[in-house]
Each structure stands twice: as C-alpha cells, then as structure tokens.
Design a protein around this ligand. Structure first.
Ligand SMILES: Cc1cc2nc3c(=O)[nH]c(=O)nc-3n(C[C@H](O)[C@H](O)[C@H](O)COP(=O)(O)OP(=O)(O)OC[C@H]3O[C@@H](n4cnc5c(N)ncnc54)[C@H](O)[C@@H]3O)c2cc1C
Length: 412
C-alpha cells in the first residue's frame, strides 16, 4: 500500500541495523513509506545465531564514555551517537515491546528467555506494527543515483524488479555488495578483516590441557605493543577466552598483516611480583623438600598447567623440591610470568565474530548517519568501520546507528 506524496525510504539488509533503522523511521515518521529488502529467505539470521543462540543484546554499562572504550575501531565516532541512543535506551526499547533483558555477572545482557527467537520475533512484530513492508529473497544487484534527480535512487533486485527511493539505508553488514556500492557512490572503504577470533597455538606446554582455564592472566602481542587482561581458556587448538578475544579485536589488523603468525607472551600470574614469587618458591623448597614439584602447585594456577610449566623448564616429573637447584627454580619465574608462545593461525569463536573495516567514518555524519558524499544515503551497522569487543557491543552499535538513521531518514 503506497502513501501518496510520502517520502519513500528503502532499507537494504534485514539484520539488526536494518530492522532498527526501518522501525525507528516508520514509528517516528508515519508519513514515510518504509520498505526493507533482505536477500535471504530468513530475516535477522545473525541475531538468531548470536550469543550461542541466546543473543547478547547489549552490555550493562550506561555511561557512554565508558561504553565506547570497548570499540577498537569507531569508539570516538560513537561517543556522540550514544548520547542520543545508548544501552539504557535499548533496554527500555525492548522492555516497552514486552521483552525483559537480564544482566549476567560480566555485564552481558540477554533476554530472560535465554532465546534469541525472543528478539527476532520482537523485531519482526515491531516492524509489522510500524507498517514496514518487508521483502525477503529480495537481493539487490544494482544501485544507481538517478541522473535527472540527484536525490532519488534506482534499486534493481535480482528478480529484475526495480524500486525507487528518496532515501536509502545501506545496512548490508559485512557483505561485499554493500562495500561495493558504498565505494561506487564515492566512499572510502577501509579494507575489511576479521575480528574476534581465537588463537591457534601448537605448543607442548598446552598439550592435553584443553578445558583448563585461568581467571586472571595478562597476555601481550609484543610486536604490536598490545596487551589485555582477563580469563584465558586452553582449547584443543590453542587459546580462547575473554583475554584472547579482546586481544584479537584490538590486534585484528596487525594479526592479519602478519598472517596470524607472531609471538604471544603470557603472564599466568599478573598479580604476583616476580621477586616475591621467587622468594615464595624458594620458601617452598626449603620448607617442603620432600614434596614432588609437579604434584604440589604453590601458585594460583591449575595443577595440570603447573605440571606442564615445570616440565618445560626441565624439571623431571618425579623430582622433589629438595632435589633441584635454585637456578632451575629461578627459571620457573619467566615461564610463569612471561612465557613466549607462537601463534600460528586464527580459530573461530562460535559465539560471536565480526568484521573490522568498512565505510570510512569520516564520510558519515554521526548525528544522522547520512553520507557526507552522497545526499540521502545513510549507513548503519557492521558496514561501517566500527567493531566492538565481545559482550553485546556490536549489536549496540547496530541498534544505535540504525535508530539514528531511522530518525533522520523520514524527515520531509
Ligand atoms: C555467530 C555470531 C554471533 C554473534 N553474536 C553476537 C552477540 O551475541 N552480541 C553482539 O553484540 N554481536 C554479536 N555478533 C555480531 C553481530 O551479529 C553483528 O555485529 C550484527 O549482526 C551486525 O548487524 P548488521 O545489521 O549490520 O549486519 P547483518 O546482521 O549481517 O545484516 C545484514 C543483512 O543484509 C543482507 N544483505 C546483504 N547484502 C544484501 C543485498 N545485496 N541485498 C539485500 N540484502 C542484503 C544480509 O543477508 C543480512 O541479512 C555475532 C556475530 C556472529 C557471526
């Protein structure tokens, strides 16, 4: 049903950003005709699989200046955007639509149903109620700015159907087609590379330790001068856990440049001063000389890991504290606090991954999400050169940029 003399808004991409943009536009500007085009059969496919099927909607941090610190790329541009629509607004938005979110200990927020379908259904219902026309299996194959009227777009679908639009929102995520059109329409594309991944490490010290985790660690990429703290998890292929995911996000471009081959330094005991640690180990040696070293772990790491590290410095499995020299004990200190490991590839973190790179933020007005090079063209979501660490930050960027675009696009 078309609205006479109304503004025609077309949203390309039926993901988190496209839906939020379309709903926000249709709700704020009832005179606008809003059409959402999705290439796939399924809407909101990534929301469905997100957060291990639970959808980590946002993060319980309601201070924008703190929130933006979780974006290796895009934090500065999002600072102002979050002053208009932030995590608190997301929580309120979903609450008003009847979806209650809960906060987990680490700050991640999920629907209380622990089921991403709750979010998918909420967004689809909200879009329908707002009058958004949703078309699935509507892959866009071409976009042209009409020569006779610079403000109108001609959009060709794979089916051959042609649509026109006064305003266009590109919310195609990390799909290459979106980058291609953005570039064609005059925007710079920062080369896309993966972010949020695990490290493949083939090292004797980690052998047979899959499943072992250490709560407080500090890990470094010395060549990139980057470090992160947090829990570390040993996997069958190497390392994962919050510390690794954060480091992979901040080091995404460096790691791609070195083809995921570089050294990683692990401090298993970042709270310990090496000198104090040395004294503690020597005290164990003098007080418990009969104890088998590999079986009596005196520090706050799992026993199996301790055993591997003692083997790594050449302490035989049956050796007792009284049987090794102080020199050998000294060698344990760097092994515990600055062990070097070789990253030899990247693995997949199944709960979340994103692409860093995309439309250069310099070319977008973050008050409206409108392009600075192509009037009436808007961007939202992952197509932009924005990415966050794991924890709900990527969806929050999609909600915020989608919401801002929606508010602006329907204006007469
Ligand atoms: C496995 C996984 C789990 C995740 N979990 C979380 C999480 O729990 N929390 C979090 O914050 N982030 C999570 N993320 C990241 C989050 O999903 C993305 O940041 C977010 O989906 C980006 O939204 P978007 O709308 O910009 O892009 P997308 O969700 O990718 O949507 C883009 C849409 O555009 C459509 N499209 C592309 N090209 C065309 C075309 N030519 N014509 C028509 N349509 C087109 C695509 O089919 C797609 O549906 C996860 C990512 C993955 C891969």
């Amino acid at each position: 049903m078309s609205k006479l003399n109304s503004i025609k808004v077309v949203v390309i991409g039926g993901g988190a950003a496209g839906f939020f943009g379309a709903i926000s536009c249709a709700n704020t500007h009832p005179h606008a005709e809003v059409i959402l085009l999705e290439a796939g059969q399924q809407l909101l496919a990534k929301v469905r699989i997100s957060g291990g099927g639970r959808c980590n909607v946002t993060h319980a941090c309601f201070e924008p200046s703190q929130f933006v610190q979780n974006y290796p790329r895009g934090g500065k541009a999002l600072r102002g955007a979050f002053s208009r629509f932030q995590a608190k607004d997301t929580v309120e938005w979903f609450t008003q639509k009847g979806v209650t979110l809960k906060t987990e200990e680490d700050g991640r927020m999920f629907p209380i149903t622990d089921n991403s379908e709750t979010i998918v259904n909420c967004l689809i219902d909200a879009a329908k109620q707002a009058g958004v026309q949703i078309k699935t299996q509507a892959r866009v194959t071409d976009i042209k700015v009409k020569q006779d009227d610079k403000s109108r777009f001609k959009i060709t679908l794979k089916s051959g159907e042609i649509l026109t639009a006064d305003r266009l929102l590109l919310a195609t995520g990390s799909n290459p087609s979106g980058y291609h059109w953005a570039e064609q329409l005059g925007h710079k594309i920062i080369p896309p590379v993966p972010s949020l991944f695990t490290f493949n490490i083939n090292d004797e010290r980690l052998k047979d330790l899959a499943g072992v985790s250490v709560n407080h660690t500090k890990i470094k990429l010395p060549k990139a001068k980057l470090e992160q703290t947090g829990p570390l998890l040993v996997t069958h292929w190497g390392l994962s856990g919050p510390a690794v995911l954060k480091l992979s996000a901040w080091g995404a471009r460096f790691l791609q440049d070195c083809r995921y081959q570089t050294s990683l330094i692990i401090n298993w005991l970042p709270q310990s001063n090496p000198e104090v640690l040395r004294e503690e180990l020597l005290a164990v040696k003098s007080q418990l000389p009969q104890r088998v070293i590999s079986a009596s772990c005196p520090v706050m790491i799992p026993r199996r890991l301790w055993k591997q590290l003692t083997l790594a410095v050449g302490i035989d499995e049956q050796k007792r504290w009284g049987e090794v020299s102080n020199k050998v004990i000294n060698q344990l200190i760097p092994e515990l606090t600055q062990g070097e490991y070789k990253i030899n590839g990247k693995g997949v973190f199944k709960e979340e991954f994103v692409t860093c790179g995309g439309v250069s933020l310099k070319e977008v007005n973050f008050k409206t999400m409108e392009s600075r090079c192509c009037p009436n063209l808007y961007f939202a979501g992952e197509i932009l050169d924005i990415d966050g660490v794991t924890g709900g930050f990527n969806f929050q960027s999609a909600w915020t940029t989608g919401w801002l675009a929606g508010q602006a696009m329907g204006k007469p």
